[in-house]
Design a protein around this ligand. Structure first.
Ligand code: 13P
Ligand code: SF4
Length: 360
């Protein structure tokens, strides 16, 4: 055992030993033993501090396996964690996810302290659009409702009519009963929603001048999208799927709706991170390929040891990857990094988030 970790009090040591045994039972095929031993000690310290500080820990499905299987009170997709954030009576919410998720928790809980363990946990989708872009889209398409993916920052949500996540995007669009909607900022999610709802889509561009440009020759469209992409899911291709099917004809392929429509069409199932987890749990096939962030493949493999999870390569989200047990411990020890949303922005963003939660 490593000698570098200072000796913990007896009860903490007993908790660490118990956590180590639990992690070893689930993750012995996925994480080296010495790493599990070290991480169990960190997790035990976090659990003790979490109780002492009356905190709740929410963990997104993309968290690395040892963190995912040890410290969160709840794990889930963006929608499930938003609901948990709305329900908690704890004083502190530690969000093991990325900044837009922690901001959503703060929007729903203005009087609580919301902590994000790393300041570097962003998102390429959230970075792709500004509040000014939304104002320009509204000016160009007056009266058209704005549906905003939850993977955006609070000021963009504040300009929107309603939010959605990957698990309710179609239901949210249909709930508006509007012939045309603005759906931002994920181009691929918008194209997948267009495919499912039978709508046509156009995607305006932002010019170097900062102006939003719309193709005026386009006439037949009911979804106005945006050019945001997830830097993880845009990497998957139809050729990847064909190559895996050629080698393993019985493989069941799942794709997150942030993948391109061609990839989603070539897959057997598409859904949110939690929908994909449930699909593997409830399906009897022996072999799966999950086209999403790779840590989630490890988490599914640990929960379903009798099923084989194929890997294309290690596609990790560089933002989710910033959230470690070390950073989470420091977050609770030093109350960092505190998420703040200006009150005027929060109140307007809350309307869009609450309207989504009402849709279900
Ligand atoms: P889910 O809402 O499906 O968990 O997706 C969040 C995300 O960021 C996927 O890349
Ligand atoms: Fe954002 Fe993509 Fe990372 Fe999800 S996987 S947090 S969409 S960059």
């Amino acid at each position: 055992m490593p000698a570098t970790i200072p000796k913990a009090p007896a009860s903490l040591e007993a908790d660490a030993e118990r956590l180590y045994e639990e992690l070893k039972a689930k993750l012995h095929d996925v994480v080296p033993d010495v790493e599990l031993w070290y991480k169990a000690r960190l997790a035990a310290k976090i659990m003790a501090l979490k109780e002492a500080r009356n905190a709740i820990i929410l963990g997104h499905n993309y968290m690395e396996p040892a963190l995912y299987h040890s410290i969160p009170d709840f794990t889930g997709d963006s929608l499930e964690l938003s609901r948990k954030a709305a329900q908690t009576d704890r004083e502190i919410i530690v969000f093991c996810g990325v900044k837009f998720m922690a901001e959503t928790a703060k929007i729903l809980n203005p009087d609580k302290v919301v902590l994000l363990p790393s300041e570097r946990a962003g998102c390429s989708l959230a970075a792709s659009i500004t509040a000014e872009d939304v104002r320009q889209l509204r000016a160009r398409f007056p009266g058209v409702p704005v549906v905003t993916y939850i993977n955006t920052y609070a000021d963009v949500k504040a300009e929107s009519d309603i939010c959605c996540t990957s698990s309710n995007a179609v239901a949210v669009v249909e709930s508006l009963k509007s012939e045309t909607v603005i759906f931002i900022p994920d181009e691929y999610l918008a194209r997948n929603v267009a495919r499912e709802t039978g709508k046509h889509i156009i995607v305006p561009a932002r010019l170097p001048t900062g102006h939003v440009h719309v193709d005026d020759t386009a006439v037949d469209y009911q979804i106005i999208g945006w050019h945001g992409r997830c830097e993880v899911h845009e990497k998957f291709t139809v050729e990847d799927i064909e190559a895996v099917r050629a080698q393993f004809p019985d493989v069941v392929i799942l794709a997150h709706p942030e993948c391109s429509p061609e990839v989603v069409e070539a897959a057997d199932f598409s859904g949110s991170t939690s929908a994909m987890i449930r699909f593997v749990e409830r399906t009897e096939a022996p072999r799966y390929l999950v086209l999403t962030e790779c840590a989630m493949g490890d988490n599914i493999a640990a929960a379903n040891p009798e099923k084989e999870m194929l890997r294309l390569c290690s596609v990790r989200c560089p933002h989710m990857n910033q959230i470690t047990l070390e950073e989470t411990l420091a977050s609770l020890q030093h109350t960092q990094h505190v998420i703040d949303v200006p009150e005027d922005v929060r109140v307007r963003a809350l309307r869009a988030v609450e309207r989504m939660l009402e849709v279900g």
